[in-house]
Design a protein. Sequence first.
Length: 202
Amino acid sequence: MKIKRILSAFLAGAVVLGSMAIPAFADETGTTEKTYVAQVGGNKYETLQDAVNAAANSTDNTVKLLSNASGDGVVTKDGQTVIIDLSGYTYTVNGKLVGSDGSMTNGFQLLQGSNVTIKNGTIVVTDDTIRGDTLKPTPYMIIQNYANLTMENVTAKGGNKTRYILSSNYGNTVLKSVNFSAEYSKVYAIDLMHWENESYIY
């Protein structure tokens, strides 16, 4: 019957449509909508690193995470004062690691002269992150610190390749209500270094 043919054609069309990938729609200008992960003052940024960089040149030095996010490692500038408020969310480092030439194995690198506060959330570094120099997966350390660092209400988690959660090499470090862990059973939660003079290597 004609009705049956129409119904069959409709159902066949529905099956084909259900198996198709649905594309992301662009706006009227033809560009896709940006995803913002962090905010400084009234400005929003697509990466946490962009937000940290912006805070160095802003009267508002607080970076607020807007949602659970992931991306590359993060470096603070020499002499920068910044508050990274994770706002109860998780930032996962699963892209390129950071650090100095030949040792880009860090999730975060906080340089000397900086005053850094990280609070209210979780930092995760995954095993598949890659070094920024060799592009090999070597997430050796979650935070390499040379700054005056305060961590408050923060959980930091590493994987099987993580050897250090926090390596504190310079400046003052204050820890309040922190939880450090990794899948690697012999991980060092805190590593303290002492320099005999004002020079240091990072």
